[in-house]
Design a binder for this molecule. Sequence first.
Ligand code: NAD
Length: 310
Amino acid sequence: MADTIRFDDKVVVVTGAGNGLGRTYALQLAQRGAKVVVNDLGGSTDGKGDDRSAASRVVEEIRAAGGEATANFDSVATQAGGANIIKTALDAYGRVDAVIANAGILRDRSFSKLSQEELDIILDVHLRGTMFTVQPAFNWMRENGGGNIVMTASPSGLFGAFGQANYCAAKLGIVGMMRVMAIEGAKAGIKVNALAPTAATRLTATAGMSGEATEPKTPEEDPMSTGRVSPLVLALAHQSCPASGEIFNAGCGWISRAVVAVNEGVLLDDFSPEGVAAQWDAIRDPSRLTVPVDATDYWRMIQAKTGATG
Ligand code: NAD
């Protein structure tokens, strides 16, 4: 297929772009003409240490292939770091058209043993880190004609996974933040969506799935290739993306949308717990779902069902 999704003259920031998914996004964006800010702190999968070679290597790869890229080594997990990542784009290229907030780590622990430190570091990198990086870009985009933001959620966050209460809380928190940013950014032409990826990387290796090959494989060679996720991410980061406020899954080439939906439910006429207990099956029935656009739309649904006027 012809390369019609181009990023010529566009500036894209990718956090955590030194490895795994972020690296693939950065390389492919640059191949399609983007000037890329390659951010990576270069730490371990559990967030320890730092190493500038991760981001530097990807910048070198992009330049060797004739593309344009600038490295940034800040941690997304501080407000100053996030601000500096976006400043790197503005200083180097004068604009920021898209941000892919992708940096991430894991600190898995069963809920009963989860420590405050293990909760804090995951919230810092994923939830606060996303806000710290994306907020300065969002504010720049508001004044400069809009842009595209891709936030990274996770199937674990959407659907739950043993041992990942901290990570799931952060990832679903990102989805909530994304919904509000899509609403607040709409008038300014800012599109914000969330991605729940599945691909073999050093992170999945720590979670007991297959890990990244030493030499990353092509999407044709390996179903778990990051190259089977990146097409969706580039489409979301491009100005032609029709969606905002939505959650997309991408794994092994299966692209789908995840929704937060409301079922038909029941109208209580017996306002007692027994009245609820008598109708559990209908209350829980997941068939016939409606997807509210936002909380106001949900309130309209309540009004339509019940006749309440508020
Ligand atoms: P990865 O470890 O290969 O890449 C993550 C990168 O983020 C690393 O290079 C790391 O150095 C960087 N990073 C970590 N903390 C940082 C910080 N504070 N500041 C800047 N950079 C930092 O892992 P990946 O699988 O490519 O993960 C990318 C994103 O996708 C993460 O948000 C992860 O939670 C999410 N995710 C991945 C999968 C999967 O199947 N691989 C599944 C669900 C979600």
